[in-house]
Design a binder for this molecule. Sequence first.
Ligand SMILES: C[S@@+](CC[C@H](N)C(=O)[O-])C[C@H]1O[C@@H](n2cnc3c(N)ncnc32)[C@H](O)[C@@H]1O
Length: 219
Amino acid sequence: MLTSADNGLWLAMWKNRQSDFHQVLVNQQLQDHWHRLAIPAWGRVLVPLCGKSNDLIWLAEKGFQVVGIELSSVAVRAFFDENKLKPKKTRLGNFTVWRHGRISIFCGDIFLLKSASLGLIDAVYDRAALTALPEKIRKAYVTKLLSFMPLLKPMLLLTTEDADPMRNQDSAALIDHEISELYSPHFAMQVSYGDSYQEDANQVTVNKVYHMNTRPLDT
Ligand SMILES: C[S@@+](CC[C@H](N)C(=O)[O-])C[C@H]1O[C@@H](n2cnc3c(N)ncnc32)[C@H](O)[C@@H]1O
């Protein structure tokens, strides 16, 4: 059974309230780029490794059914408490499912979640999920996501990447080599947005939004 070697670290980080990655405001790139996926209004959106992200609230307010997956019950409890929501909890195999209105969060290790338990999804929103995982299990993560969509569905993928030192100038517009290897066998993809900043004297960091679809994308 494959689980991430980092699970203990994540659980400890949430327990010790070390969640610097959490954004209080709804992610701007989600708001700017989500419409490009053209998901039907009633669509079911998967948010893997969701933390206590307020992006779940934004998606639910748009009318989508939102399904998060999160390892830490501390994060899931914080999400509902901080949004003053009183969820119902049910047990489902290795998972506890917390539900309120249009939002469900499956609390447990994504690698243990079965597609039949999750149900059908219409789209995926990944912010700092793929990139939060150790490199050596990212392929298994993508395989897991694919198992959740027997028919491929569109995805919005938000990453933070180190710029290619040979191509600092145009890195923000380029599909990263690893992202291409993981996703291009399955999806048509384009970089919809990229911004870069000088992390330190030697390193430029790039935030990117990838739009992935099952058919050729308009440019
Ligand atoms: C970098 S955070 C991103 C959270 C969220 N996407 C956001 O934008 O705030 C990664 C999250 O993944 C969760 N996580 C890590 N490994 C996981 C796993 N194997 N299954 C489910 N969640 C996991 C962590 O607890 C953490 O909340």
